[in-house]
Ligand binder design. Structure first.
Ligand SMILES: NC(=O)c1ccc[n+]([C@@H]2O[C@H](COP(=O)([O-])OP(=O)(O)OC[C@H]3O[C@@H](n4cnc5c(N)ncnc54)[C@H](OP(=O)(O)O)[C@@H]3O)[C@@H](O)[C@H]2O)c1
Length: 176
């Protein structure tokens, strides 16, 4: 696939490296923005408060499948129930939330671990493929209405566990 990663830091840069290893073409963009019209999928990996500004510097994002990795650190913008809804308002295309509960610092150890995602049905194929090609196992949580829950999960559960355990961790979800 042709992937445009918006934000090339811990998350965007780390996932880009894993997807290139899996054979994808990855374009990494930072604060300068750029043209993403050639992308099959956009991956949003900027600070929560920078989403609107980042999209204002893109061309060709309309209608694209978008995977939002952001967390609502610092709060959500007025009028949006989740960061993922904000992303969808900017692309007006199929949108999912994923990777937000995975610590970038542990990307070299995540093979086979579970990766929660939720979102639109027409974003499912791209999202699950890119989760697998990053080395993870996709776990479907529900539609885009679950996005705020995944954001709250990070702040209210995953972060406190990491604080208590003294660092990043991973988890696996399997049927009993
Ligand atoms: N770190 C983690 O373990 C982790 C895990 C899950 C989710 N997340 C979430 O993923 C997102 C990215 O986190 P990160 O740790 O990768 O951050 P980071 O390392 O600080 O990287 C941020 C990236 O966003 C870009 N950026 C910042 N402001 C921008 C703007 N106004 N317009 C366009 N691009 C802008 C930066 O561009 P430049 O390269 O030009 O500076 C940089 O490439 C955050 O929402 C975070 O909550 C983080």
């Amino acid at each position: 696939m042709n992937i445009a990663v918006i934000g090339r830091g811990n998350v965007g840069g780390g996932l880009a490296e894993r997807w290139r290893t899996a054979g994808h073409d990855v374009q990494e963009l930072g604060k300068e923005g750029g043209d993403v019209s050639g992308a099959d999928v956009l991956v949003v990996a900027v600070p929560a408060g920078a989403i609107a500004d980042a999209f204002a510097k893109l061309t060709g994002a309309e209608g694209k499948v978008a995977i939002d990795t952001t967390n609502a650190i610092g709060g959500r913008p007025d009028g949006f129930e989740s960061m993922t809804h904000q992303v969808k308002s900017l692309t007006k295309g199929p949108t999912s939330k994923s990777f937000n509960t995975i610590f970038a610092a542990a990307y070299d150890k995540i093979d086979g671990q579970s990766c929660l995602w939720c979102g639109d049905d027409d974003a499912r194929a791209a999202t699950e493929r890119l989760i697998r090609d990053a080395g993870l196992d996709p776990v479907h949580v529900g539609d885009i209405s679950r996005a705020a829950g995944l954001e709250d999960l990070l702040l209210d559960v995953i972060f406190p566990i990491a604080q208590d355990r003294g660092g990043p961790f991973f988890y696996t979800i399997e049927n009993a």
